[in-house]
Design a protein around this ligand. Structure first.
Ligand code: SME
Length: 159
């Protein structure tokens, strides 16, 4: 796999559809979780120029910062805290159009205005989350949910 990503313009759907096979190719044959999370974060950041894209990984009773692209971020988040801790606790995708309206939102960066968090689970056990922050309000919708679910389904995690 060539290491250059082909970046496209177009609708959100078109951008994700161009990106998906490239992420799939990047992950193919690579069993290392950290390497794969790092490339997914980089690919999403490069295509969409989100403010922050990254992963938190469950370690005991906390989420700990994993591979990411963007400004420095909070390193530890407790179960049920913030958008990430809520996605983990509820094993449900969180789409937050205005982070200021989310009770307990953890502001790692004052520039973040909207956010989407997808839990990553191994059957029923959540082992991490994908967190994306935008510097604009209401950046994320059903299309992101569908497309990001597809992308995270490519990640294999064996404990
Ligand atoms: N805003 C997140 C914390 C992580 S940072 O956005 C990178 C939250 O409320 O869980």
């Amino acid at each position: 796999m060539a290491e250059d990503l082909t970046i496209v313009k177009g609708s959100k759907k078109e951008q994700y559809e161009m990106l998906f096979p490239q992420i799939k190719a990047l992950l193919e044959g690579e069993p290392d979780l950290i390497a794969n999370l790092a490339n997914i974060a980089a690919a999403l950041k490069e295509q969409f120029n989100f403010h922050w894209v990254g992963f938190y990984i469950v370690r005991g009773n906390e989420l700990v910062l994993g591979p990411f692209q963007g400004p420095v971020a909070c390193t530890r988040i407790k179960l049920g805290k913030g958008v990430c801790g809520t996605a983990w606790e509820q094993n449900s995708i969180q789409v937050v159009p205005d982070v200021n309206q989310f009770p307990g939102h953890i502001a790692c960066s004052s520039l973040s205005k909207s956010e989407i968090v997808l839990p990553l689970s191994n059957l029923t056990v959540v082992w991490g989350v994908l967190d994306i922050d935008s510097s604009e309000y209401a950046s994320f919708d059903d299309e992101d949910v569908i497309q990001l679910k597809r992308i995270v389904s490519l990640i294999t995690f064996e404990q």
